[in-house]
Design a protein around this ligand. Sequence first.
Ligand SMILES: [Zn+2]
Length: 202
Amino acid sequence: MTPAESIARAVLRIFRAQKAEADNGTESFGRWHARLTAALDVPIVDTYRQGGKRAKAPADMADDLVSAAKERALFTARSINDTSSQWIEEGREPEDVFSADRAASIGLTEQAYAVHQTVALVAQKRGQKLTWRIAGGACEFCRKMEGRTRAAGKSFGKDKFGNLLYHPPAHANCDCSLQITGKPKKPVRKKSYGRDLSPWER
Ligand SMILES: [Zn+2]
């Protein structure tokens, strides 16, 4: 199973229970934040771990990647529930709001987010630069991002909702990727008395 499929499966399990409530008119999204976060936690942490392996993250970054994953699971659970609640209020059918297609799209977006955030964090740790690269069918928004280069950790600009973008995806179904440029700086060595040396002290 791909990471996207594991994430989609976790979302769909929750969606089924939420749809049953919505069909009875008893849904209450606030109650679902913790359960959705918990369901997303495992597959999202796994995705960041795999991303870290692929990006050859140094071993001392493992905790940072897990924290980033947990923060993302919390954010994603909240935004999924906010969207569901808004759609139900607007009178959309529960079978559309809690569809397998939506869960699949969330899985793909979260996989892309995890992969690119991992790449960005590793590049930041190494003091490298990132260049935004679009794929074939990129939208108008992403075409404007093509070729932008930033020091990893600096934003590429804002997305359509005004959130700062540090890496793709810029939106659901965004196929953009990152190209890493610049020589990685050497890991900071310690002198015998244990003081951290900045790169220009070495
Ligand atoms: Zn894009």
